[in-house]
Design a protein around this ligand. Structure first.
Ligand code: DAT
Ligand code: MG
Length: 140
């Protein structure tokens, strides 16, 4: 029963569509604890650093343009197996394949506008949390 932290982002279309409360509520109701929460506009440098593993992909430019297109909400959630559970709550990357009941399966149709981000490993979570939050912005 490993207690982990993971980074959850509500992407610009999720904020625009008023889904911040809905997404946050799902994590709270599942039993996760919020350790950091902020509304921000990501600079291109931040988005590029966040998605550096995709730098060579054809969709990289669109990905960075989308993430920086409007305000996003970043949160750090903590709980049992937070990395894996958060991703299973989000559903498949391509919303067409995301199961109903997941966030993407309930609120998205397009892969490029899939409403949420979740870290894919504990190491990714540590790296990504540090990109979005300073230590003093996180609860112990
Ligand atoms: P995930 O967000 O599920 O971790 P990922 O890391 O493979 O997925 O990709 C990051 C984001 O890039 C993803 O949420 C949406 C976008 N993306 C991935 N594959 C794509 C594709 N084939 N076309 C357009 N956007 C894509
Ligand atoms: Mg990913």
């Amino acid at each position: 029963m490993a207690i982990e932290r993971t980074l959850v982002l509500v992407k610009p279309n999720g904020v625009e569509r008023g889904l911040v409360g809905e997404v946050t509520a799902r994590f709270e109701r599942r039993g996760f604890v919020l350790k950091g929460l902020k509304l921000l506009r990501a600079a291109p440098e931040l988005a590029e650093e966040h998605y550096e593993e995709h730098r060579e992909k054809a969709f990289f430019g669109e990905l960075v343009a989308f993430l920086t297109s409007g305000p996003i909400v970043a949160m750090v959630v903590e709980g049992v197996s937070a990395v894996q559970v958060a991703r299973s709550m989000m559903g498949a990357t391509d919303p067409v394949s995301a199961a109903p009941g997941t966030i993407r399966g309930d609120y998205a149709l397009e892969i490029g506008e899939n409403v949420v981000h979740g870290s894919d490993s504990v190491a990714s979570a540590e790296r990504e949390i540090a990109l979005y939050f300073s230590a003093s912005e996180l609860l112990p």
